[in-house]
Design a binder for this molecule. Structure first.
Ligand code: ADP
Ligand code: MG
Length: 682
């Protein structure tokens, strides 16, 4: 199976080069090059066909073809075909060259869309059965593959047919028998044969089902095995946390923790006290109070004698977290530092030496915190906030510095369960699914552009009551320059509108950190009442007095992003509002606006977004960490994903998995991953 494709009869060096452009290099690659759809050449009885269905029929050409020309270079050709004593009109567009071939009496097979009322077929593919019979497998379902340039679908069909003939016997089963029996799965070789050339619709579906399950199971197995091995290992730090100190701290907060916060704090502290290293995701909707949970964990690590680091994606957030955390932790005698990109050389040197000596107990900064020249005396806990993927690589860097800290990931992007177990299956997940009491739900409105005057009047009314507002300018995909121009336009417009009464500030990605900080400061001190911004305010900014969020051209933003932006208001005691200005053209666009007005719950927004867009688009970026599956679809196959996860988790928990021959193929699969190489024997 690992032989080069040239081992397949009919594939020479030249073909092999072309196949390589499709990433097909070995026989196995070829056999696992699955079709993305099928052509159904099973011949149907026209009397059973529904209107508009795509069908294949065979019949005899009857009478002369008629060609009509219209427009520039456009033509239409029609001919009568007798199919089981019914006369059907076959129609082609721009296929004038067929005229000479459509001779009366010739047997022909036609595939295309059938119009029942007129007994017409719009032909997409035809085969003359007297000369071409060999070219198509009449009466079958044929696979369609994606191809590029040199290779045709028909050739791939032929290559795979010969590969199956030669190598089908070499396709080994990799799943254990009991799983195959339990879920009535097709064998691996049956599945591969049938996903290419289904013996029947049913067999094709079974083949697909088996391969999707295998794919999801292998994926989950890797995550679960990683998890299990990590848990067993004793190479993390078991922190001895004086819990009474933690309790005291919680007691001293200006508010009681919600039940959800209490629960996740316990989950986190339990992990920190254990001898494995924590690998936990903390998810919670915007405003659910993750920051204070982070503060508690940081305090705990310091009280246990370790240092803590908080990594955030932007300088603004670093600044803001620094303030919040200093306020909470400094009174407890904890030394908190901000390692900012704009710090002077000297300041930076002081902080680095403070971290190395252990004098600084908590440090906040961007990603560079754990890299380069930064050394810690006793790093116990790393918290990363928002979209950071803190992966294997970062852990390796830390281990090389002799550290294996507990790691907590925080995210305010609620992830639907199906995606969470796909993207984060190797982590433990803690969820804050409750907002602090007394929060008023944000009222969200969707309005058209022509209502702008009324919206501005509404904003003014809120400003008159002492509140503040955000105005998010339109987003132009992949054009920072146009984004900036938009922000400038909106800023000019609003400055003019509020001239003499209120001040309007402008925030965008081109400002240097110091300028951003300055603008944010002005807004949080209420020296500026309206903040016009590109999406840089998206994550984490906290100005409780702001009660209005206006989003221009809201249809250009993803739902998750809109929800994040909306989360910037509703942080104080006042009623808050989110106004989406949008004239969406598509149904989906309208549906997305409706979803926003219907729910304030981030998890529900996320779930409905996922259903609307599918998993690929969900995170909007390639760095989502979501794997690409060849056969499985995490939305459609989510039940299967749950089953695969459960089976994988049960499997790695059992002794047998690590030693019994039944699982050798699966262990071999895991050992392709360097992490397991030394940890799995055979
Ligand atoms: P997020 O989860 O979006 O990071 P924050 O941690 O910024 O949320 O919290 C939002 C606001 O709610 C902050 O002003 C914080 O002080 C406040 N807060 C957090 N927990 C509670 C609570 N249990 N009761 C009341 N207010 C809380
Ligand atoms: Mg936050």
């Amino acid at each position: 199976m690992m032989q080069p494709v040239t081992a397949v009869k009919g594939i020479g060096a030249e073909r092999a080069l072309e196949l390589a452009t499709l990433q097909i290099e070995t026989v196995q690659d070829l056999l696992e090059y699955f079709p993305y759809r099928y052509e159904d050449y099973r011949v149907r009885d026209v009397s059973e066909v529904e209107d508009g269905e795509k069908i294949t029929i065979t019949g005899t050409v009857y009478g002369e073809p008629v060609v009509r020309f219209y427009g520039a270079k456009k033509s239409r050709i029609t001919v009568k075909v007798v199919v089981d004593n019914v006369v059907v009109t076959a129609i082609w567009f721009n296929r004038g060259f067929l005229k000479s071939q459509l001779r009366a009496g010739r047997e022909i097979m036609l595939s295309g869309k059938f119009e029942r009322a007129r007994l017409q077929i719009m032909v997409s593919e035809q085969h003359f059965l007297d000369t071409e019979r060999a070219g198509v497998q009449e009466g079958t379902i044929q696979p369609v593959y994606s191809t590029t340039g040199g290779i045709q679908v028909k050739q791939i069909r032929r290559f795979i047919t010969s590969a199956l003939a030669q190598f089908e016997g070499a396709i080994d089963e990799i799943l254990p028998d009991d799983l195959i029996r339990k879920y009535k799965l097709a064998s691996r070789s049956d599945a591969i044969r049938n996903i290419h050339f289904p013996e029947s619709v049913q067999a094709g579906k079974q083949g697909r089902r088996r391969l999707a399950f295998e794919e999801l199971l292998l994926f989950q197995l890797r995550l679960q095995a990683y998890h299990a091995v990590n848990r067993q290992s004793r190479d993390g730090v078991a922190q001895h946390i004086p819990l009474e100190k933690v309790r005291e701290f919680i007691h001293g907060l200006s508010f009681p923790l919600t039940n959800a916060q209490k629960r996740v704090v316990k989950e986190i502290l339990d992990d920190m006290q254990a001898s494995y290293s924590m690998n936990r995701l903390l998810q919670g909707d915007v405003g659910s109070g993750k920051t204070v949970v982070a503060a508690i964990a940081l305090l705990a690590t310091v009280e246990a004698g370790y240092q803590g680091a908080l990594m955030v994606p932007t300088e603004i957030l670093a600044e803001q977290h620094y303030e919040t955390l200093s306020e909470l932790l400094t009174p407890h005698g904890i030394e908190v530092a901000l390692l900012s990109g704009s710090a002077t050389v000297r300041k930076r040197r002081d902080i680095l030496s403070g971290l190395q000596s252990g004098l600084i107990q908590i440090v906040i900064g961007t990603h560079a915190l754990i890299q380069e020249d930064v050394y810690f005396a006793r790093l116990g806990l790393v918290i990363t906030d928002e979209q950071h993927r803190f992966g294997v690589e970062q852990r390796r860097i830390l281990r090389e510095k002799g550290l294996n800290p507990d790691v907590l990931f925080m995210t305010a992007t609620p992830i639907p369960r199906t995606l969470a177990i796909t993207a984060f299956g190797d982590m433990d997940v803690s969820t804050i699914d409750e907002l602090p009491a007394g929060r008023k739900p944000i009222e969200t409105y969707w309005v058209r552009h022509d209502m702008l005057d009324r919206i501005l009047a509404f904003v003014r009314k809120e400003l008159d009551r002492g509140r503040q507002a955000y105005a998010i300018s339109p987003l132009i995909e992949e054009s920072e320059k146009l984004d900036l121009q938009n922000a400038i336009d909106v800023h000019a417009q609003l400055s003019q509108h509020f001239a003499g009464t209120y001040r309007v500030g402008l925030m965008h990605g081109r400002l240097v950190p110091r300028e951003k900080e300055e603008v944010m400061q002005q807004f949080s001190r209420n020296e500026v009442q309206v903040l016009v911004s590109t999406t840089v305010v998206e994550v984490g900014v906290n100005v409780p007095n702001a009660s209005v969020m206006v989003i221009y051209d809201a249809e250009r933003f993803g739902l998750a992003q809109l929800h994040q932006l909306r989360g910037r208001v509703g942080r104080g005691a006042e009623q808050s509002y989110c106004i989406l200005i949008a004239d969406p053209k598509s149904e989906t666009g309208k549906e997305r606006m409706r979803i926003m007005t219907e729910t304030n719950d981030g998890f529900e927004v996320a779930q409905r977004d996922l259903e609307l867009r599918g998993p690929g688009d969900f995170f909007g970026t390639k760095q989502s960490g979501l794997p690409e599956f060849k056969v499985a679809d995490v939305v459609q196959d989510y039940r299967m994903l749950e089953v695969a996860r459960q089976e994988a988790a049960d499997m790695v928990r059992g002794e047998a998995f690590w030693s019994s021959p039944q699982y050798r193929a699966l262990r071999a699969y895991l050992k392709q991953d360097e992490y397991f190489l030394t940890k799995i024997k055979d």
